[in-house]
Design a protein. Structure first.
Length: 94
């Protein structure tokens, strides 16, 4: 499962803006908010390519950063953030 930066920030107890600022301070994101080292960090972060059609300018291309499932704990370690406790799953209690 992949998350947007906003979704990852929520899991880390931050706002999207705070997460982006911390990631840029720690040289994890470049000025375009894409992974600074996409090859090195490919297990944790990914660049998603997208496209959409604009009536006047034609096909437009976009890129965004996605955080992989393993990237949440990795980001917490990289940014020195304590992850919120995961609630206990009580469904299998007999």
């Amino acid at each position: 499962m992949e998350r947007t930066l906003a979704q990852a920030a929520t899991q880390l107890g931050l706002t999207r803006t705070q997460l982006i600022a911390l990631m840029q301070e720690n040289d994890l994101l470049n000025d375009r908010r894409l992974p600074a080292y996409p090859t090195r960090d490919r297990e944790y972060l990914r660049i998603k390519d997208g496209q959409w059609f604009h009536e006047k300018y034609g096909l437009q291309y976009t890129q965004s950063t996605k955080v992989r499932q393993t990237g949440i704990r990795w980001l917490a370690d990289q940014l020195d953030i304590d992850l919120p406790a995961i609630p206990a799953d009580r469904r299998d209690v007999a």
